[in-house]
Design a protein around this ligand. Structure first.
Ligand code: ACO
Length: 427
């Protein structure tokens, strides 16, 4: 017998059988439940989508209680250990790890799209010297839709793939230009001899040397960080990408919107907040007093807790290991000792244990980025580069899903009922 939910409407005494599939009921099945003939039918109320699935997806799986994260079925730990960002991007986008030939073609396709139109440089020149690189990034990605009008051909598979190549390839270039702009250095052209992250480091940090040679350990560390941030199912920015894309706008405009959602401190900005917190604590001796304040409700332990993960965020474990590999090259970030002690104390404290608060991906990532020479303003931009493949994969999945339509939530209206216009003299 199929699983169903039996609902009794106490208003009418009627009973309804609603099918349950994949652990969900269809909200539209509730529309048949009416109090009388004029009733438009029952709807669900779910601010912040706490218990609403807006799509079916084959891309990323998370089990927040067990601390499991899979891309297309592959555990994040194995991908971080053995894969590269571009290989993982192929997996996320096409559903399978590439063969050697496929990886060669894919790498070629991305590498051949890293340059941006010279006018994009001019466009970026218009920003003030101290413009936030994330603001520059969002605006420039949005402006790309004017450079590539063929981006509007969203139902042409070949055109769609071209825009995807452009986005994955050019976001590092735009990010690097935004960074160089913010520190007043000339922009560096892409170097196609280098890997995806090696070239990114080149565009960020090359000075007068003829050929930039990325440090292999830092190049690999950045690649691992990009793998960890590549997708995370229906988070705020990905849901924005899907919702904006559902209007059938071009992917550059949709991705600018997704990046804007990421910019917010509740989403991509948390690692910046962790650094500020660690600096504020200042020394290991001050930790007990800080924890006491957090437990008294005076502020949060940033980088701890997650809406979905109720155990150790699997990405945080990998990042912690990567941190040591980076510090071997850069020297230890002096804030690391505070972070380690903070984590040790919090994980033994009943306040954090009972609320299932564990370190999340942002607890250690900022320490690594800072040690690598990135200013805090760049942290969200780095996140955006890595997440671009997740955004475009989810966007394409949405476009090809026959059940999807323009995203358009309902509301519960609480305003005035009809009333007559009042002339100015009578108000
Ligand atoms: N420090 C102290 N207490 C916390 C923390 C924290 N970091 N996070 C949650 N709590 C407490 C809450 O006060 C609440 O306690 P109560 O039951 O006594 O009222 C309980 O734990 C549940 O917290 P909620 O806010 O209801 O949990 P929610 O799922 O809505 O929040 C969030 C998740 C926003 C991530 C939260 O844990 C938080 O603010 N963490 C710090 C910010 C952070 O690190 N964000 C990055 C998330 S990862 C990412 O977006 C890439």
């Amino acid at each position: 017998m199929a699983n169903t939910l039996t609902i009794t409407d106490n208003r009418t005494g009627k009973q309804y059988e609603v099918p349950i599939a994949d652990g969900a009921i269809r909200a539209t099945d509730l529309k048949q439940i009416k109090s009388d003939a004029d009733d438009p039918g029952l709807i669900t109320y779910d601010p912040a989508f706490m218990a609403t699935a807006a799509c079916k997806s084959k891309i990323t799986f998370i089990d927040g209680d067990k601390g499991i994260l899979l891309y297309r079925g592959y555990p994040i730990e194995q991908l971080a250990e053995s894969s590269t960002y571009l290989e993982t991007a192929h997996l996320i986008l096409f559903g399978e790890l590439p063969t050697a030939a496929q990886l060669k073609t894919w790498t070629h396709d991305i590498t051949m799209h890293t340059m941006v139109h010279e006018n994009i440089k001019k466009f970026m020149e218009g920003f003030t010297y101290d413009a936030h690189p994330m603001g520059v990034f969002i605006s420039t990605v949005g402006a790309m839709s004017t450079f590539y009008p063929d981006g509007k051909l969203i139902f042409d598979q070949q055109s769609r793939m071209k825009q995807i190549h452009r986005l994955i390839a050019k976001t590092p270039t735009i990010a690097a230009y935004a960074f160089r702009h913010s520190i007043g250095r000339p922009y560096v052209y892409p170097d196609n001899d280098l890997s995806f992250t090696g070239n990114f480091l080149n565009m960020l940090f090359k000075m007068t040397e003829v050929k930039y040679k990325p440090n292999a350990a830092l190049e690999r560390a950045l690649d691992v960080l990009f793998i960890l941030h590549a997708d995370h199912e229906q988070n705020c920015s990905t849901s924005s990408m899907r919702a904006i894309g559902s209007s059938h706008v071009d992917p550059f405009s949709a991705l600018a919107g997704a990046a804007a959602a990421l910019y917010g401190p509740l989403h991509g900005g948390a690692n910046e907040a962790v650094l500020r917190m660690l600096k504020e604590i200042g020394s290991v001796d001050h930790i007990p007093a800080f924890i006491k304040k957090v437990k008294a409700g005076e502020g949060r332990l940033m980088g701890f807790g997650h809406r979905v993960y109720k155990s150790y965020d699997p990405r945080a474990k990998i990042i912690k290991r990567t941190a040591y590999e980076v510090f071997d090259v850069t020297g230890k970030n002096p804030l690391l000792d505070i972070a380690l002690e903070l984590e040790r104390i919090a994980l033994e404290d009943d306040y954090f244990i009972s609320r299932k608060l564990y370190p999340n991906v942002d607890f250690y990532s900022g320490l690594i980025y800072q040690a690598m020479g990135f200013p805090v303003e760049m942290f969200a931009v780095l996140f955006a580069i890595a997440r671009t493949v997740g955004w475009v994969a989810q966007w394409e999945e949405m476009l090809l899903d026959s059940e999807q339509k323009i995203a358009r939530p309902r509301q519960i209206y609480e305003g005035h009922t009809t009333r007559d216009y009042v002339p100015m003299a009578k108000r």
